[in-house]
Design a protein around this ligand. Structure first.
Ligand SMILES: Cc1cc2nc3c(=O)[nH]c(=O)nc-3n(C[C@H](O)[C@H](O)[C@H](O)COP(=O)(O)OP(=O)(O)OC[C@H]3O[C@@H](n4cnc5c(N)ncnc54)[C@H](O)[C@@H]3O)c2cc1C
Length: 403
């Protein structure tokens, strides 16, 4: 009797679906594109009424993402301009060059571009619909969603892409991506630079930096740091830089600080994007990693649903195994973060002297020996040689993966 009741409940009250995605940011949307492209049409739930809004982003997208995801270069709807020069500014006006290239985008339009692509391929996207509860059952996941009409769904698999404000993952017993670091940004009228700028200073921006990302007729100027007085510090930075343009918009948000979580799946649920801590812990950028994890989650689900017959125990481990092959998943990035952000300004200045006007992430062959020579002349840099190695490797990952 109980079995019959369960069956009726699932089929009549709950809508049965194959794959549900929670969250319409780059991670969830890329998962939807991947699934729909391979014939599995997911339902994606997004709590906001417009995809991409509100913007919580510096809007720099690694140029590598265009190739990875076959994005149209120069697409007018979301591309603003490409920046191929990057300055890493260290204390005492030392400027290190970074081989880091990015396209400035309209982040809202970019997410909307991904969403249109997913819909065109057959994904269903429910906006203004917040998933309020996920409950795992032996043969699937019950989903409660609150929106224009309150609904219940029953999915075989769920891809959880709820971003950094992790709520559902917590209720399912997942580790959450903590600690978080907070970012605050002004969109300022006028172009206040012609390159990407990252300003490092362990006193002014502990565990983070200030950035200047020029756009067309405006500039995104922001700060990411662990201190609470971010606004004050950003105002001081603007003053020091002589940036006097009118503030057009203020935005803020939080970012996972320590990189990817250890466990990225459990029993019919896969974590992607910020929810899984997929952020570069050195520069705190995450769009490309979010999309990469979304794509791999999508591909894993396609393979599973097409090949596995035992519906009670899907082998989701493959998702984690495939993802861990990427450089941005390596622990060395976190080690680089820990080393770099605990150095004093004195150390950063010395490092600035070694690499002044040189690329920090393009040192190969004989340049390595020359650089080692310069380091040897500055013994205070040598207190932790392993840390220097982490720094070298971590910045190389940033070159290959973007910020
Ligand atoms: C100020 C700031 C600046 C940044 N600048 C950059 C940058 O320049 N370049 C870069 O690469 N990265 C940047 N990042 C990081 C980047 O924005 C994130 O890594 C990226 O957005 C992660 O994508 P995501 O899809 O995982 O999460 P999100 O983009 O956060 O998307 C999650 C979505 O899920 C929705 N959602 C959450 N809970 C529910 C629910 N229960 N039901 C339905 N929907 C739900 C949310 O509304 C949201 O739309 C920045 C972050 C911040 C805060």
């Amino acid at each position: 009797m109980r079995y019959i009741f369960e069956l009726v409940r699932k089929n009549l009250i709950m809508k049965k679906i194959g794959v549900a995605i929670v969250g319409g940011g780059p991670a969830g949307l890329q998962a939807a594109i991947t699934l729909a492209n391979k014939g599995i049409k997911p339902i994606l739930f997004e709590e906001h009424s417009t995809i991409g809004e509100p913007i919580q982003c510096g809007e720099g997208l690694s140029v590598h993402a265009f190739k990875d995801f076959n994005l149209p270069k120069g697409e007018k709807s979301f591309c603003v301009k490409e920046l191929d020069t990057c300055h890493l500014m260290f204390p005492e006006n030392k400027t290190i060059l970074g081989d880091i290239r990015a396209t400035m985008i309209h982040r809202d339009k970019f997410d909307q571009y991904l969403s249109k692509k997913a819909i065109d391929l057959g994904a269903e996207i429910f906006t203004a619909t917040k998933v309020t509860n996920l409950q795992r059952k032996t043969d699937g996941v019950e989903i409660k969603a609150k929106g224009e009409s309150n609904s219940k769904y029953f999915a075989k698999l769920v891809i959880l892409a709820e971003g950094p404000n992790v709520q559902l993952a917590k209720t399912l017993g997942f580790q959450t991506p903590s600690p978080m670091i907070k970012a605050f940004e002004y969109k300022v009228r006028g172009e206040w630079s012609d390159k990407l700028e990252f300003h490092f200073d362990s006193k002014k921006f502990p565990f983070g930096y200030s950035w200047v990302f020029p756009r067309e007729g405006e500039t995104n100027v922001g700060i990411v740091t662990t201190t609470k007085d971010r606004k004050q510090r950003l105002d001081n930075f603007l003053k020091k830089k002589g940036i006097t343009g009118r503030i057009l918009k203020k935005i803020g948000g939080q970012i996972p600080m320590h990189g990817p979580l250890k466990k990225l799946y459990h029993n019919r649920v896969l974590l992607v994007g910020d929810t899984a801590g997929m952020v570069n812990p050195i520069f705190y950028g995450g769009i490309r990693m979010a999309m990469t994890s979304g794509r791999i989650a999508g591909n894993t689900v396609v393979d599973i649903l097409k090949t596995e017959t035992d519906q009670a125990s899907f082998n989701l481990k493959i998702y984690e195994e495939k993802l861990r092959q990427f450089k941005f998943m390596k622990r060395i990035n976190f080690q680089c973060h820990r080393f770099f952000y605990t150095r004093s300004n004195k150390f950063l200045t010395k490092l600035g002297e070694v690499f002044d006007s040189k690329y920090i992430n393009q040192i190969e062959g004989t340049e390595i020996l020359k650089t080692l020579g310069k380091i040897l002349l500055r013994p205070s840099l040598l207190t932790n040689p392993i840390g220097l190695y982490w720094l070298y490797r971590g910045f190389k990952v940033a070159r290959d993966w973007g910020f």
